[in-house]
Design a protein around this ligand. Structure first.
Ligand SMILES: *[C@@H]1O[C@H](CO)[C@@H](O)[C@H](O)[C@H]1NC(C)=O
Ligand SMILES: *[C@@H]1O[C@H](CO)[C@@H](O)[C@H](O)[C@H]1NC(C)=O
Ligand SMILES: *[C@@H]1O[C@H](CO)[C@@H](O)[C@H](O)[C@H]1NC(C)=O
Ligand SMILES: *[C@@H]1O[C@H](CO)[C@@H](O)[C@H](O)[C@H]1NC(C)=O
Ligand SMILES: *[C@@H]1O[C@H](CO)[C@@H](O)[C@H](O)[C@H]1NC(C)=O
Length: 602
């Protein structure tokens, strides 16, 4: 059977290993994992969510559960004389209180992370934005994963020697434990340019011309090339690597397995019959699974039939984990997994992540509600939070009209009905940008700037489109390319039971191999495209359109605004002419203030 439903008696009394506050997973029809000769588990873009999702049953398993899962899968697979490899492709940092709220950041997270056995690991862009984040990577995470961490195109200025050195090994060659499959593995980052100047990211297209890479792909004793990277599955960077390997003598049809990420989507790309790429979502929602059959190996060099590639996107919860291992709540958890779940509980407690700031009466969505709409998080910010909290006393007292411009990407996650905790705060907005403003900007020019930033068709002329290609980065990451594949979060019932085992809303992924990739069979969820930027009217007289307004904005937007103003024929240098609007306050502070006043817990 291509999917199976567990017996009705299989109910969860409570989640035994997942975080104590996590909801029990819900029953759902599942597709089995198509195990093969070589198998992989893959995480990417976890962004600190190692405690799992405490308000979403589908994603409620934690890193300790994932450790148990990998251990149990390895036992099962190796007992059949087959192999399992575990991959992580970066952006492990920033975006969850477990990382952001400690001082220094990441000290709890890296202690938790290191307990998983990972065979190939890479850096994402988030590891490189700040000077000290990349240094922590070099001094903590790379040593913790020595022999597994690969950095094919990243160098770092060593803090002690001040020399430019590779962040980690460029590549490695190894053979699998059970079958002796010979693998040459790389670890890439996409052509990222936003890193701090203590690291150097070499373009992928240049890296693959280097001697060491050319030498590595000229190796003829290879059964599989494994390219892990913080790189989208469908991307020019991966296309370039694929083409370079394929055009190398002897590798016209050597199997190549790519693992990617960055876009926060589930995705699968087929480059040719023997080269594929898997991307495994975001935020510990998804454990990517791949299997390959028909590989040659040192044990059996004669196999030529393959390869056959199969993929699954596993919803990260215990219900899926028990099903795929064939175990239950008593036989599934390993000592190590249980210890790590406990370590997460202790860390969350030390960081006060369960501290409650308020209780929100309803769900607010980033893209599961249209904008504008009462259920839209942006409408809520625009109509309620910002007008009531964003103030500059000297300017605001006279009722002077002001307009605040924010990018939708400033919000990272939905807000669920229920307790609004310290954890919620870090999850929805980990950014530390303050507000700035420029005085007395013509109101119609502000509207024109909004249209430019939102690429409204009427202002979208050719040159503008080219110049402003990067502007879509202002929206939520998952929207950038693949709206259809976006997260299935939210309206999944928050109750622990689903006695009928009926299909619930969630991910319904379409990829190059079809629509049968998700392990859990879900009903689809509608997503709405949201604008890049939105505006809130502050202290304005609603019955009149003002001539000029104070233009308030999140500092992150400054360079975009300067460029957009040019297109609006407004000569304004925001860097020079702006002032701090509400010194010391970030969007996060305003949200907390509003929640404390307006969402009391009864
Ligand atoms: C980096 O420096 C900032 C500012 O001092 C600090 O808040 C943060 O914890 C540091 N991060 C790391 C990884 O050391
Ligand atoms: C890196 O940028 C800082 C300013 O942020 C500057 O002081 C420093 O000289 C730069 N270092 C290099 C190697 O360019
Ligand atoms: C789990 O923790 C216990 C108690 O601290 C310790 O004795 C045990 O060795 C740990 N087990 C593993 C596999 O880490
Ligand atoms: C939207 O919310 C406001 C205030 O919260 C309420 O007055 C209004 O009726 C709601 N509109 C809809 C369509 O639900
Ligand atoms: C708002 O504008 C109207 C029309 O211009 C004016 O009559 C009214 O006094 C204004 N109200 C405030 C509070 O400024």
């Amino acid at each position: 059977m291509w999917w199976s439903v567990l017996p009705l008696s299989f109910l969860f009394p409570s989640a035994l290993a997942a975080q104590p506050a996590a909801p029990a997973p819900i029953r759902a029809p599942l597709r089995d994992l198509p195990l093969g000769q070589l198998n992989f588990l893959h995480t990417t873009d976890t962004h600190g969510w190692l405690a799992g999702h405490l308000q979403e049953p589908s994603f409620s398993a934690d890193w300790g559960d994932y450790i148990s899962f990998a251990e149990r899968m390895r036992e099962k697979i190796e007992a059949q004389g087959r192999d399992l490899l575990v991959i992580d492709t970066g952006d492990r940092v920033e975006g969850n209180g477990l990382y952001d709220s400690s001082q220094p950041q990441g000290v709890y997270l890296s202690e938790i992370l290191r307990h998983q056995h990972i065979d190939v690991m890479t850096s994402g862009n988030h590891e490189l934005y700040k000077h000290n984040t990349s240094e922590a990577e070099l001094q903590v995470t790379v040593p913790n994963f020595r022999g597994s961490y690969l950095a094919s195109n990243i160098d770092i200025i060593h803090p002690e020697t001040e020399e430019l050195v590779p962040l980690a090994s460029r590549y490695k060659k190894f053979t699998t434990k059970q079958q002796g499959i010979r693998i040459v593995a790389f670890g890439f980052l996409f052509d990222f340019t936003g890193n701090y100047n203590n690291t150097v990211v070499q373009r992928v297209e240049e890296t693959i011309k280097e001697d060491w890479f050319q030498e590595a792909i000229r190796d003829e004793e290879v059964d599989l090339f494994l390219v892990a990277g913080h790189v989208p599955a469908h991307s020019p960077e991966y296309k370039a690597i694929f083409t370079e390997i394929r055009s190398t003598r002897g590798h016209g049809d050597t199997p190549i397995q790519f693992f990617g990420g960055h876009q926060h989507i589930r995705d699968y790309a087929q480059y040719d019959a023997k080269a594929v790429a898997l991307a495994s979502g975001r935020f510990m929602e998804t454990i990517g699974f791949m299997s390959i059959d028909g590989l040659s190996s040192t044990n059996d060099p004669s196999i030529t039939a393959g390869p056959v590639f199969k993929r699954r996107y596993i919803d990260n919860n215990l219900y899926s984990y028990y099903h795929h291992t064939g175990l239950d709540e008593s036989s599934f958890p390993t000592d190590k997994g249980l210890n790590v779940s406990q370590l997460i509980t202790d860390s969350r407690s030390a960081l006060h992540l369960d501290k409650i700031h308020g209780c929100n009466p309803r769900d607010l969505w980033m893209s599961r509600a249209p904008y504008p709409h009462n259920d839209s998080i942006y409408t809520w910010l625009e109509k309620e939070v910002l007008p009531e909290t964003l103030k500059n006393e000297p300017r605001g007292d006279g009722g002077r009209p002001a307009v605040a411009v924010l990018n939708t990407g400033a919000i990272r996650f939905d807000i669920f009905k229920g307790a609004f905790t310290q954890d919620t705060m870090w999850i929805i907005s980990p950014f530390t940008n303050e507000f700035r403003y420029v005085k007395d900007v013509p109101y119609d020019k502000v509207q024109l700037i909004m249209e430019v930033l939102n690429k409204q068709p009427q202002v979208l002329t050719g040159s503008l489109e080219e110049t402003f290609d990067g502007v879509d980065a202002l929206g939520p990451p998952a929207q950038v390319n693949h709206l259809d594949n976006m997260a299935g979060t939210g309206q999944i019932p928050l109750s622990a039971e689903n006695p009928s085992g009926a299909v619930v809303p969630g991910y319904t992924t379409q990829d190059d191999a079809g629509d049968d990739g998700d392990d859990t069979i879900h009903s689809p969820i509608s997503f709405y495209r949201v604008p890049n930027v939105f505006q809130a009217t502050l202290s304005a007289n609603a019955s009149a359109t003002p001539e000029t307004v104070d233009l308030v904005y999140i500092e992150f937007l400054q360079s975009y605004l300067t460029l957009a103003a040019k297109f609006a024929h407004l000569d304004l240098d925001f860097a020079k002419e702006s002032e701090s609007y509400m010194p010391g306050s970030t969007l996060t502070d305003l949200v907390l203030e509003w929640v404390g006043k307006n969402w009391p817990c009864n």
